[in-house]
Design a protein. Structure first.
Lengths: 297, 275
């Protein structure tokens, strides 16, 4: 289907929703403040502390298996020092997105959505590390945000999206192709449209739009390829919205693989099988992390 | 005995580079218990010291002893559920459809290093369930081979203990297993589908007779071979697999660095190899 038509349809759909969740104002401010080179940690901490929910989230994420701090981090300022300013930007973005969709109900179960998202985030980070991609945090966050459009479909196009999910369960077709066929657009275009509305940095928009076709990425094809492969690996390792599609793949035939090998020839030596076993080990961490994020006690 | 995560990681990685067998964190207890036996035997008390011994023993004597502890494993029916489920629901229909189109109505499966026969018979049960539908009028041949004559004899008998049959789903158990005096006896229709023969995977002259398989399963065996022999054995599997066939190794093994002709295909919960 024509990509422009799908984009047009996505814009209309996203535009037609009056109560599209918003990203908290503090998150936007933190993002702006971090772009200012003279900013000091105290300013950021003061600003973030005005949003209790965000602060709590950041602390939870920090003490989770993903970051594995050597000791419990109990104050926000300490957290900022531990993480560094750049990482705070990423965390602010993630926690805000989680917050934006919390308490909503849709066709997808939110927990399994975040399990997939954090799974892809963690695997993206591992792949980035293995190949020597310069910005691990960016890979991590891109992974977390890549399927943003699914939440929209799940919440605001509930019934048609249910049909898509049913169709995927009973036919050998990829979710993204079923969406294009039955909805006339996909979570990629919808996600891009939302990300633009929320003023996400360009490279994140790129991943959201092109994680299924990294070859068409405009800004960072390598980043899109990392997320694309992480998505595939997570899907075969059970982090796939509770088994939404019946999938098999050969890494060496994926466009993403070709892109990564071109950029990082050392990647050709990767031991795929061992990589999968390592993922098996990481999966309980992901599940624990998501459980801890949504644990309100 | 409890091993620290650091020591576990070191020994796990070492074993992986030596034999391609990977121990998940969830299998730490298993490695611990086997290491404990070897440490007791060698009189070493600190895990790190044992690791040094493993690495330094020039004739790999200690390594071989540890490998024996690790790999001597009783097998059981329905051992690798994700692999079996992919075989049954995804690959078998695909291969049958293809062979139907070509007019071949014979399915050939090889359980290499079949031990006492659990894997071969598991596959037989799965196929029997399809006798009335997709496998109607098909010839089914399952070949089980092993180098060890004692286990071949056991496999031919088809009588098992409670441990072997504990994972068999109820539907299969009722149909194909009969219990008598604490022993579990396999039904004749399952036994009829499988032939067991002695075969040394390393013996080239014999291996060339194992032809035209649609599926080959070879679990937890390659670990016994060194890199050169492993590559030779895997080459035989490669040669004897149909162009559209699938090759599977054990749950924790890998062909990485052994053979660059096979290509890895990832499936839900497991992976296999194709030509």
């Amino acid at each position: 289907m024509d990509r422009n038509l799908m984009m047009e349809r996505a814009e209309i759909l996203v535009g037609s929703v009056d109560d599209l969740p918003t990203i908290p104002i503090v998150a936007t401010k933190v993002l702006q403040l971090l772009d200012d080179h003279d900013v000091c940690i105290d300013d950021i901490a003061d600003l973030m502390l005005t949003d209790q929910v965000m602060t709590a989230r950041v602390m939870k994420l920090l003490n989770s298996p993903v970051f594995k701090p050597t000791q419990d981090i109990s104050s926000l300022k300490r957290a900022l020092v531990y993480l560094g300013l750049r990482h705070i930007r990423e965390l602010a973005l993630t926690t805000s997105v989680i917050h934006a969709f919390e308490g909503t109900s849709g066709a997808l179960e939110l927990n399994s959505f975040w399990e997939h998202s954090f799974g892809v985030g963690m695997v993206s980070k591992i792949i980035a590390q293995k190949i020597g991609y310069q910005d691990l945090e960016k890979a991590y966050i891109s992974g977390i945000l890549h399927d943003l459009g699914e939440v929209f479909l799940s919440n605001f196009l509930h019934d048609p999206f249910m049909e898509v999910l049913m169709h995927v369960k009973t036919h050998p077709i990829k979710l993204v192709d079923a969406e294009a066929m039955l909805l006339g657009t996909t979570h990629c275009e919808i996600g891009l449209s939302m990300a633009r509305k929320w003023n996400f940095p360009e490279s994140y928009c790129d991943v959201i739009a092109y994680h299924h076709n990294p070859g068409q990425a405009k800004i960072d094809p390598v980043l899109c390829s990392i997320v694309n492969l992480a998505d595939l690996f997570c899907t075969v390792r059970g982090l796939n919205y509770g088994g939404r599609e019946w999938i098999s793949f050969k890494v060496c035939e994926e466009d993403a693989w070709t892109i990564l090998i071109e950029a990082y020839p050392g990647m050709a030596q990767m031991d795929e099988e061992r990589f999968c076993y390592e993922l098996d080990d990481a999966i309980p961490d992901v599940t624990a992390l998501v459980a801890s994020i949504f644990d309100h006690n | 005995m409890v091993i620290s995560d650091h020591d576990f990681g070191q020994i796990r990685d070492f074993i992986y580079t030596i034999c391609g067998m990977y121990f998940h964190t969830s299998k730490k207890y298993f490695l611990e218990s086997r290491l404990a036996r070897r440490m007791e035997a060698t009189g070493i008390t600190a895990c790190h010291d044992y690791f040094l011994l493993l690495k330094s023993s020039r004739d790999s004597k200690e390594l071989n002893l540890l490998m024996d502890e690790i790999t001597t494993n009783e097998t059981y029916f329905f051992r690798n559920p994700s692999q079996l489920s992919v075989f049954e629901t995804m690959l078998l229909p695909e291969v049958l459809e293809l062979k139907n189109k070509m007019g071949f109505r014979k399915l050939r499966i090889w359980s290499a290093a079949s031990s006492s026969g659990e894997e071969a018979y598991t596959l037989a049960m799965i196929l029997l369930e399809k006798r009335a539908t997709v496998l109607k009028d098909w010839i089914i041949e399952i070949d089980g081979t092993d180098i060890n004559e004692t286990v071949i004899a056991q496999a031919k008998k088809g009588i098992y203990n409670a441990y072997s049959v504990r994972n068999i789903p109820d539907a299969y158990r009722h149909k194909y297993i009969r219990e008598a005096n604490g022993a579990f006896i396999l039904s004749p229709e399952v036994k009829k589908l499988v032939t067991f023969n002695k075969l040394n995977l390393y013996e080239d002259a014999k291996m060339v007779f194992m032809k035209s398989f649609d599926f080959i399963f070879c679990a937890n065996v390659l670990i016994y071979f060194d890199a050169a022999s492993k590559s030779k054995v895997v080459q035989h599997f490669y040669n004897n697999l149909q162009p559209y066939g699938y090759f599977f190794v054990g749950q924790s093994e890998s062909l990485h660095g052994v053979n660059d002709k096979f290509r890895t295909v990832h499936f839900p919960g497991c992976f296999g190899y194709i030509k």
